[in-house]
Design a protein around this ligand. Sequence first.
Ligand SMILES: [Cu+2]
Length: 428
Amino acid sequence: MKIILVFIFGIVFPSFAWAQHDHTGHMMHEEAVSVSQESSMKEVVSFYGQYPHTRESSGTSWQPDSSPMEGTYFKRGGWDIMLHGYVFGIYDNQGGKRGKDKTFSSSMFMLMADYKTSVGTFGFRNMLSLDPLMGKKGYPLLFQTGETYDGIHPLIDRQHPHDFFMEEALTYSLPLSAKSSLFGYFGLPGEPALGPPAFMHRFSAMDNPEAPLGHHWLDSTHITFGVITLGYVLDKFKVESSVFRGREPNQNRWDIESPKFDSYSGRITFNPDKNFSFQASYGYLDSPEQLEPNVNVGRTTISAMYNRDIKNGNWQTTFAWGRNNKLPGLATNAFLLESAINFMKSHTVFSRFEYVQKDELFVEDDPMAGKSYDVKKFTLGYIYDFLHLKEIDAGVGSSFDLHFISDALEEVYSNTPKSFMVFVRVKL
Ligand SMILES: [Cu+2]
C-alpha cells in the first residue's frame, strides 16, 4: 500500500515542477498582468458551464466570480490543467482542562484538467491530502466533534484528519446555449451538491489553519465515497441534485471506501453579480456516523459569499448557516461568519465567528450526554508571506481563539478557554 502511495506522489510532485506555465495563476500577486495573459486566463475552460472559471470551487460548488485564482494554469495538448496545493506546519495549543497540544502538518494537492470538444467539456479532478500522517486522532481542536479514530470512540475536542484521497472525479458538461449547460459529476470520493464550498477552498478560510466547528453542519460531505450529481446551469443560476453515500469516511484514511447511493441532496446557487454567491441546499444523509448507525440526518444549509478584488489583494467574507436534524434525535444549528483580507500582497488578516449547538461533546454514559450545548468561538489570525517565488508563496502566521460557553461547560473546560496556533504555510 505504502509503495503505491509513494508512487502516486512521485507522479504528482514532479508535475508541480513540470508546470512551466505558459499562463500563470496568482493574478492577485502579479503587480501587472499583461493583456495577453489576462485574455488567456479567460480562455481557461470551466468544468460545468460557460462562465469565468474562477466561479468554480470545491466539487460542483460556486463562489463569487471575482474570487482570486489559486494555483497555476497552463495548457497541454488541448487540456486546461490546474495545479494547486498547500502545506501547513502547525504548532497547536488548545487551552483549558480538555485542551491538548500537538505539532502536525496538514496539506492538500490538486491536479485538475478539462478538455473542450464539440460535444462538451470533459474534466478530471484529483485532490490528495497528506493529513493521514497526523494520525487517526487528527489534531486537538476544542469543541470539535464528528467521526471516529478507532471505530469505537468518537472524536471529541479533536478534528479528524482528511482522507488521502479527497477527490477523484470525472465531469462532463454539455452546452445547450451560450449561457446554459447540463452537467454530470461522478466522484469516488467526491463532493455532493450540499453546503457552501468546502472551507479549505474558500479564500475567507484558506489561511486559517483550523477547521470550522460547524464543519459537520455545513461542508463535511466534501469527502464522500460515491457521488453522482446532475445539474443545470442557466447564466447566473445553477440547480443540481446528487445521490451519494451518507456514511462519513471511516478511520482508515489511506483507502478508497466502497461507494453506495443511499442518500440524496439538492442545491440552488445564484451568483447575481461578480462579487456575490448564494446557495441553499438540503441533504438527507443515511446513517452518517459510524458510531450512531441508527441515526439519519436531514441537513439544511444556506450561505452567502461576498468577494472584493482590492488593489494588491483580495477580501472575502462568508456567512453560513447549517442545521442537522437527527432522525431520531436533536436538531442543532451552526452559524459561521468568516472574513479574510489580503493587502499589500504579503499580509493577510483572517477572522471567524461561530455559534454552534454541540450535542456530541460527551460520550453516552456521561451524565452531561444527550443534550446540546451552546458554544461561541471567535478566531483572529494573521499571516505574513515573506517569500513570493514564481508560483510559491511562503508565510508564517498565528491565530488565537476565544470560546464563550455556558457555566455547565465551564466546569468541564475551564472559564473562557483560549487556544492558539503558530504555523508556517507554503502554497502554490
Ligand atoms: Cu473535512
